[in-house]
Design a protein around this ligand. Structure first.
Ligand code: CTP
Ligand code: CA
Length: 229
């Protein structure tokens, strides 16, 4: 085996990372949400900080502990996450949207708890589309490297890659991390597999523990930043 010296190769780099999943209130006690724990974004923040970066982690309803040594901004709704990420990414060299963002929010949030007698037997919730934060961050100029995530269930690898490549183009980001969801990869901490796409196509693949996949993503961010410099 080899003893590897700790690398501080991201020293001087400012990184804004969103993690977790946004929640959209229905009334004071209820919300629409998703199952994202924030583990991927937290792994990225952990590794970026360990490699010397100045990290702002915008955490939406995190189900895992945030690492020490990062600036944690806690948010809940998509609107709050948008505000926090626009601010955190303003002077960032890299912006990573690992959060699962609610595509819709409730049109009219009730100030009072909704009662069954008023709601009736077959209620409908009117939803409105949320702003696309990744597209907005990608549109700003000047800006640093912008990274998105996509978890696609399409079983065919080529078709899945085509969906992700189209998503990258639509959002206008520099890198898109494609999660091959539903794939059986191994046991223990071998828990995730990704392809990292750029406008030119696949630039890297990584499989294994969340921390090593996070390192591979940060390697691609670092090379992209160097190409842009
Ligand atoms: N994203 C965002 N703002 C939104 C929706 C998504 O910033 N309103 C970001 C996510 O954080 C992720 C990327 O966009 O980095 C892709 O999210 P995804 O849900 O796959 O893309 P959508 O455009 O919402 O497409 P769909 O859900 O229809 O696949
Ligand atoms: Ca979506």
């Amino acid at each position: 085996y080899a003893v590897v010296a700790p690398t501080r190769d991201l020293e001087g780099m400012r990184i804004a990372i969103s993690a977790g999943g946004t929640r959209e209130p229905i009334d004071p006690v209820r919300f629409l949400g998703n199952r994202s724990s924030g583990a991927h974004g937290v792994a990225l923040a952990t590794r970026a900080a360990a490699r010397g970066a100045d990290v702002t982690l915008v955490g939406a309803n995190l189900q895992v502990a945030a690492p020490a040594g990062v600036r944690l901004v806690e948010v809940s709704t998509t609107a709050e996450l948008r505000d926090a990420m626009l601010l955190a990414s303003r002077d960032a060299h890299a912006t990573i949207m690992a959060a699962a963002v609610a595509d819709y929010r409730v049109a009219d949030v009730s100030d009072a708890k909704r009662k069954k007698d008023a709601w009736g037997a077959n209620p409908t919730l009117q939803l409105v589309e949320n702003p696309d934060i990744l597209a907005e961050l990608s549109m700003r100029a000047p800006r640093g490297v912008v990274v998105g995530f996509a978890a696609e269930t399409e079983p065919d690898a080529d078709a899945r890659r085509a969906i992700a490549q189209a998503k990258l183009a639509r959002k206008g980001c520099d890198l898109l991390v494609l999660n091959q969801v539903g794939m059986q990869l191994g046991f223990g901490d071998v828990d995730t597999a990704v392809e990292i796409l750029a406008p030119s196509g696949v630039v890297a693949t990584a499989a294994g523990a969340k921390m090593s996949v996070a390192d591979a993503i940060l390697d691609s961010v670092r090379s992209t930043l160097q190409e842009h410099a």
